[in-house]
Design a protein around this ligand. Structure first.
Ligand SMILES: Cc1cc2nc3c(=O)[nH]c(=O)nc-3n(C[C@H](O)[C@H](O)[C@H](O)COP(=O)(O)OP(=O)(O)OC[C@H]3O[C@@H](n4cnc5c(N)ncnc54)[C@H](O)[C@@H]3O)c2cc1C
Length: 423
């Protein structure tokens, strides 16, 4: 009995051992920091189940101020700043929302199941919604529809967070029409790496606005986005075919109510056991139109049939550059039209290697054939690869990083050293 008591005392001491920097925080925020195995395990996992970077602590913020205080604690930490990453719902596949040794901010803690979504109208802006960065697109749709309204740009899957997709781009088969989600945002609130909460738009603090959209969470945490709304179409096909050319007779159509169309993938959130048993070594590529036939011949015709595993789901659709704003951090090929190809591999954790080899062979083929693809939801292993990824945007990205996160607090474990981003 005495032994058991000692053991539980030791365990509880271990579990409540907070990193020293928490001393600089007000008690009500310290109370929202967890270091227990469950919190750490969740924050070091994502949908990909390929990498697990272990943070030293997890913040469950009750307000935006909690995030601001955390950033300041990092900035002024006497030894060195600790790294921080926002975690939407962890739908990344390669640890993009992790912070090895640092602190993960679980944005879901701010969520009020749609309570953070406010629909408004103004003569100059029309209909829009102010949405917490932690909210999911499924809830934006639900609340919008209560007003007969809906966002104009979507992802194919709705259980992703607004802050998470705006940090990438937010694309779907309908993006050719209104552009990616980042093209349909009017204003943002962002907590920068200096711990400043800044409101920004195309005309106000525009550098932060353009930088944060598609900025991979590297300039700040998006705590609010003002999203363009329009009258919700009643059915799925009201949107889709209007602007597309197609061969008559080659339409395969199933017309459904708009909610069924937008929510066609449903909610894939499985239990912990299911999540831990599966890996998702996804590869999403943007391919310039001029080389799509070469890509088809080399990859789809030649390499895919040799992939002896169940291939999972592949998605493929065209996108047009004119609907993207080149001032934003998101990167696209240097052509008017490009195609998104998503190899959404799925398999047991032990099978991941097969898909990883396939993915690197695809990238290797493109490199050798001179097909200038860009990765969507990018993951690169070296500084050189990041420079190549950003291309002509690299220097502006660096400048923005130095301006809004000079201490390199926002870091994502993407296989490169934090310092390599800006040096
Ligand atoms: C099943 C599934 C379907 C998908 N479908 C699509 C699709 O149709 N279209 C598409 O574009 N993408 C799609 N994705 C990819 C998805 O957009 C990305 O995974 C993205 O990361 C959003 O997921 P999340 O909200 O869980 O964010 P997380 O994965 O948790 O975070 C993503 C990145 O954003 C950062 N981040 C999170 N919240 C914030 C915030 N508030 N402010 C600043 N940075 C933040 C994180 O640090 C990380 O770098 C899909 C992913 C999955 C798993």
């Amino acid at each position: 009995m005495a032994n058991l008591l000692i053991l539980s005392l030791i365990l509880s001491l271990l579990i409540t051992t907070y990193p020293p920097w928490t001393n600089a925080l007000p008690t009500d925020i310290t109370n929202r920091i967890r270091t227990d195995p469950n919190a750490i395990r969740e924050a070091s996992s994502d949908y990909g189940n390929l990498v697990h970077h272990v943070p030293s602590a997890v913040l469950y913020p009750s307000s935006i101020n909690d995030i601001v205080e955390l950033i300041k604690a990092s900035c002024y930490n006497h030894s060195a700043p600790f790294t921080i990453a926002a975690r939407g719902r962890g739908h990344s596949v390669r640890g993009q929302a992790m912070a090895g040794g640092g602190v993960v901010v679980e944005m879901a803690a701010l969520s009020r199941n749609g309570g953070g979504i406010r629909v408004s109208w103004s003569p100059s802006l029309g209909y829009y919604a102010d949405v917490g960065g932690e909210e999911m697109w499924a809830d934006v749709l639900r609340v919008g529809l209560e007003h007969g309204l809906a966002p104009v740009s979507w992802t194919d899957y709705l259980y992703l967070t607004v802050g998470g997709t705006l940090s990438n781009a937010g694309i779907s088969g309908q993006t050719f029409r209104h552009g990616p989600q980042i093209s349909n945002v009017l204003e943002l609130d962002v907590v920068t790496g200096k711990g400043e909460l800044i409101t920004c738009s195309r005309n106000k603090n525009s550098e932060l606005f353009f930088g944060a959209l598609g900025g991979l969470g590297q300039l700040g945490i998006i705590t609010r986005a003002r999203i363009v709304l329009d009258k919700a179409p009643a059915r799925g096909f009201d949107v889709i075919l209007e602007e597309l050319n197609f061969v008559p007779g080659l339409i395969f159509r199933r017309d459904v109510p708009i909610v069924d169309f937008l929510n066609r993938v449903g909610n894939l959130g499985g239990g912990r056991e299911e999540v831990e048993a599966h890996a998702h070594p996804w590869l999403n590529l943007f391919i310039p139109k001029s080389r799509i036939h070469d890509f088809y011949d080399g990859v789809l015709e030649n390499m895919v049939p040799r992939l002896r595993k169940t291939p999972g789901l592949f998605i493929f659709y065209p996108l047009n550059t004119k609907k993207w704003d080149s001032r934003m951090s998101a990167v696209t090929p240097d052509e008017d039209v490009f195609y998104n190809v998503g190899f959404l591999h799925s398999g047991g954790v032990n099978e991941a290697d097969v898909f990883e080899v396939f993915n690197s062979e695809v990238l290797g083929f493109c490199e050798k054939a001179g097909i200038k693809v860009k990765q969507y939801l990018p993951y690169h292993k070296s500084r050189e690869e990041w420079i190549k990824h950003f291309g002509s945007k690299w220097s502006i990205f660096q400048q923005r990083k130095m301006k809004f996160d000079p201490k390199m607090i926002y870091h994502q474990d993407r296989g490169f050293s934090i310092r390599s981003v800006a040096v």
